[in-house]
Design a protein around this ligand. Sequence first.
Ligand code: IPE
Ligand code: IPE
Ligand code: MG
Length: 254
Amino acid sequence: MSNTDLVNPSKKVIPQHVAIIMDGNGRWANLQGKTRVLGHKAGVSSVRAIVSDSRELGIKALTLFAFSSENWQRPKAEVSVLMDLFMYVLTKEVKRLHKNDIRFKVIGDVSRFSSKLQQKIIASEKLTENNTGMVLSVAANYGGRWDIVQAAKQIASKVASKQMTLDDITEQSLSAHACLAEVPDLDLLIRTGGDCRISNFLLWQAAYAEFYFTDVLWPDFDSEQFNKALAVFEQRERRFGQTGEQITTVQSAV
Ligand code: IPE
Ligand code: IPE
Ligand code: MG
């Protein structure tokens, strides 16, 4: 726990910003003798549950990895189903997000998506832009290296046009040009599906996040599993480079 973590009404320490690598849909489907596509469809129910739990718990930002910049390398048919599913879920769910005061954002290079999907994304972001209950960011055609490069390009262009100087390039200004600049720092990064890697997700933003890896496959990740992850987070001592003693002293002083 750090002194920036939230304490919710039930006195639980909850992270302000949770990100999830939603992995294991294909294996979930294979285990049931179904096609991978059905695994992706089943994963949508987990998304619904975790979004709703996060909002109820008072988490301020939830970031979900839906499609990586490397996922274009999958078979064309699977990519196409994932795009259709994204469109379908947006059409069906955004009103519900809006009703629950959730702001919806997409992070990633959306320029590679169909114009219909891009329009849907813009409309969904616009509809929910004034909501303040929680920010739900969906990472689509996102890569952590792409994010750092796009931030660097924005900064380079500002330096070239003299809106910024070399000395203005700091960790803070790079963060401000990277994705998720408007939400609290990442506290907890969850990966389902049993692999212990980051797969080019929030490379910059995860600098001091707590990592939680679980073997549970994404379609099986429910409220109980989420609570388990949050309970583990609560037990972690976040030292941010300091000693354990320093942290204990600060906490007992507040
Ligand atoms: C995650 O599940 C969803 C996406 C990457 C779109 P996978 O499709 O990677 O499922 P596994 O890892 O093959 O089981
Ligand atoms: C990471 O999962 C991307 C998403 C969950 C969207 P992958 O299944 O693509 O990751 P790798 O290929 O196993 O590293
Ligand atoms: Mg996978």
